[in-house]
Structure formats: C-alpha cells, structure tokens
Design a protein around this ligand. Structure first.
Ligand code: GDP
Length: 444
C-alpha cells in the first residue's frame, strides 16, 4: 500500500504521545523531530516539511493544547489537521459548466496513466454522478493510444470520439465538442498527447488546444510512484498551462507518499482524484482529511461506506436482510455476498480503511489470501443448485464430487460447510438479539 513506511513511522511516533496526561515542550520537540524525519524519508519536498513542522510546533506548544485535558490527543489532532491542510484541506469538486458540456482536458507525460484515467473518470462521472460523458481521442502521437481509448470505451460501453491518427488534435477536440452539444453529452473528456519529458513542442500544442477549446478543467495526470519528479512535472505544466487540478495515479503501489504530500503546497493546485489500481473503477475522489486519517492509522470509514454504496445493490441488501431474518440464507446468497465484497476492491486495501485495524497485533503482517476466497467460490460453484439451497443433503459422495470438481479436498469442503453452519448460527443469534431490542432486523 502507498504510504506504508510513512504511516508506520508516524503511527509509532504519535503512539508515544497519545496517552500522555501531560505533554512537555520537550515531548513536542521530540515528536516533531521524528515526524520531520519520517516525512523527509517519504520523499516529501524539503521546504514543505520545514514549513509544516514549524506550524505543528507552534500550534502544539500553544496554550490550547497544553492546557487541555487530553493534550496527547490534541497534539495528534494538530498533526492531522496540518497534514489535511497540506494536501489541500477541503475536497475539491469537479467543475460544472453553466452550459453543458463541461470540457475536461487531460494532460500529462506518457505512461502517467492519462488514457486509463480518462476512461476511469468517465466511468466515475456516469456511475457516481449520473452524468453522460464523451471521451475524445486526441493523443495522436503515442502509437495505439487511440485504439486504447476505443477499447476502454467498449469495455465501459461509453462513446469515444476519434478520427484516427492523421487528423489534427485541436480540430478533433473542436468537432467533439460540437458533437457533444448536438447529442447532449454533459462532459467531454479530452485525452491529449503526452511525451516522455516536458518539452516545448508539447507545451505549445497543449496551449493551442487550451486556447481553442477553452476547457473548464485541465487535469494533470501524474504518477505518484515518481515522487519528487511528479512534483517538478506538475510545476512545469502548471506554469505553462495553469492547470486546475491534479490526478495522482498508482497510489496503490508502494509509493512513499512524497508526491501526494508536496504537490498541493508546491503548485497551489488541488489533487482532485487518486488512481488506486489498474481497473476502471479504481479512481477515488481525493479527500485530504480522509487521506490524513489513513496515514495516521485512524481509518477511513467514509470512503468505505461510499464504496459499499456504489457497489452493493440496495435491493439485494434488503433481500439479504429478509433472508437472514427468516433463516433462509443459502450458499447462493453466500456467493452473491462474496461477489459484492470482491467488487469493493482488494481486501488489504479495505482493511486500511477500518480504524484501529492496523493496531491489532498479529494482523499487521497477515497477507489476505485472495486465493482462498477463490477456492471457496470454486467449491460453491461445484455444488448443484439443490445442494446450494439445502446444504443438509450433503453426504460423503456428494462431498467427494464437489472436491473433485473444484480442485480441492473433501476436508476443505467439510471446513466450508462447517463455517457456513456457524455463520448461520451466528446470524440466528444476531437476529434474536435484534428482536429482543424490538429492532427491525439485522442491519449492516
Ligand atoms: P498514458 O501514456 O499516460 O496514457 O498512460 P496509460 O493510461 O496507458 O497508463 C500507463 C500504465 O499505467 C498502464 O499499464 C495502466 O494500466 C497503468 N495505470 C494507470 N493508472 C493506474 C493506477 O492508478 N494504478 C496502477 N497500478 N496502474 C495504473
């Protein structure tokens, strides 16, 4: 996960101060020294660190904190607030043009993830905000970029405006906007050409595009894994194009976090979205406060809930609740449940969003074995419909057949059946408890 080293060090540091009934100036000095080292090691810009530490020190040694009943926790709050501010404070929303379509120009160096992010953004706009976007293929230089966008469009069942690689990118964009007006698309996402390095030709071309299409947003896509290079790239693009926001990609990798923590301070431009994986639904709106919370090990329940809301079907959730209450939960429901959880993303990522999870001893080094989940799924798929609905009919020969069909062993099948029964028992207890409280049923 991104920020792992930084998160670990910061959490160790703040642990020392959290429970203190009294915090001395010396304690604060020691803590800020460690925070400073942790940030520098995470490749955060030197000047950014210096300013941040100065502010943390001033506030933490201030009266309000020292005189409070819980000074340790107040100090942590100061650190969290300052990290949040550093990353831009409030979540910065995407623009909406007074008259559609809203035009978004995607810019960035080759390989940063521009084309993929264009697809992801279109997907997010449709899924989360209920908008209809038109993707526009203006990267006519990178071989296969146009094909790549068209393929993404097919995968997403989303329209792509393209005119091959011989047309002029500015003309393509102009025509695409006309097309969007005629067909009532409300967003136009223009995937522009990148280069391996910032160069004059590229900037001239992008400036010309900007002047012609007059975009509502210019999003610079940068690769978080490139650390301070990403910050320098952002600075150059901003100086030339006056970008409106940054999309930080590959935050799922083991980036140290320097780019995420420095870009806003260095360019003054907000990070609007974060790419959290290669899949087309792995783009998240960037919330500085939630990110600060994650870095400090306080979890990110809000993102978790939002993920659940966009992936878990409400109707299915209601039906499931009913089944739990009436004890008619079957292996088929179980499969459906697993599918929903999987759609929310890798389990390891989900774990980091649960507050306190990182503090649980033993869990820290647990690698969640997604293969095991696949095995469970294979076992259930090898059951007949009847067996899934009435697991009690399972006998030795059925178990043998299922084990063979799923490439597992009879003891693995037995283990799953046992777990399933225990789960049902637990549901019964929970629903009884809820009934006792006169509640309406089991709630997630
Ligand atoms: P472009 O040259 O800027 O258009 O870059 P592409 O969109 O072709 O992306 C380059 C590579 O980065 C591809 O292999 C993408 O799948 C990958 N990529 C893009 N965004 C992310 C992300 O958020 N996480 C990960 N792990 N990979 C990403």
């Amino acid at each position: 996960m991104a920020f792992e080293g930084l998160a670990e060090r910061l959490q160790d540091t703040i642990k020392k101060i959290t429970g203190k009934g009294k915090v001395s100036e010396q304690d604060v000095k020691e803590m800020t020294r460690e925070v400073r080292l942790a940030l520098l090691e995470a490749d955060v810009n030197f000047k950014v660190v210096k300013d941040l530490i100065k502010r943390i020190k001033e506030r933490a040694i201030g009266q309000e904190v020292m005189d409070s009943l819980t000074p340790g926790q107040q100090v942590i709050k100061v650190v969290k607030d300052e990290l949040t501010d550093l990353m831009g404070g409030e979540h910065s929303k995407i623009a909406v043009a007074p008259k559609p379509p809203t035009v978004i120009m995607m810019v960035g160096l080759q390989g940063a993830g521009k084309t993929t992010t264009s697809g992801k953004l279109a997907n997010l706009l449709r899924k989360k905000y209920n908008r209809s976007p038109l993707l526009v293929a203006c990267d006519v230089y990178r071989p296969a970029a146009v094909d790549q966008l068209e393929t993404l469009g097919k995968q997403l069942n989303m329209p792509v405006f393209s005119q091959g690689t011989d047309a002029n990118p500015v003309d393509i964009a102009k025509q695409a906007i006309e097309e969007a007006k005629e067909n009532h698309y409300d967003y136009v996402i223009v995937d522009t050409a990148g280069r391996l390095h910032v160069d004059e030709n590229l900037m001239d071309e992008l400036t010309q595009m900007k002047e012609t299409v007059n975009p509502d947003e210019i999003f610079l896509v940068v690769d978080a894994m490139t650390g301070q290079d990403a910050v320098n790239v952002a600075k150059s693009f901003d100086e030339q194009l006056d970008i409106s926001g940054v999309v930080l990609t590959k935050l799922d990798g083991d980036t140290r976090g320097g780019a995420a923590l420095s870009i806003r301070a260095v360019t003054g431009k907000p990070i609007k979205f974060a790419g959290m994986g290669e899949k087309l639904d792995q783009l998240e709106p960037f919330h500085p406060d939630r990110m600060a919370s994650r870095i400090l090990g306080m979890g990110d329940v809000l993102t978790l809930i939002e993920k659940a809301q966009t992936t878990v079907d409400e109707k299915q959730a209601k039906e499931l609740e009913e089944k739990m209450r009436t004890m008619s939960f079957t292996f088929e429901d179980f499969l459906e449940q697993m599918g929903q959880v999987k759609k929310m993303g890798p389990l390891e990522d989900l774990m980091t969003m649960i507050p306190g999870m990182n503090k649980m001893k033993g869990l820290k080094n647990v690698q969640i074995d997604e293969k095991q989940l696949d095995q469970v799924e294979a076992i259930v798929y090898s059951m007949t419909k009847e067996e899934r609905q009435q697991p009690e009919i399972m006998n030795a020969s059925r178990k043998k057949r299922i084990a063979k069909g799923s490439g597992t062993s009879v003891s693995q099948v037995n283990r799953l059946l046992k777990q399933f029964n225990e789960m049902k028992k637990m549901m019964k207890q929970m629903t009884n408890m809820q009934k006792g409280k006169k509640a309406k049923g089991f709630k997630f």
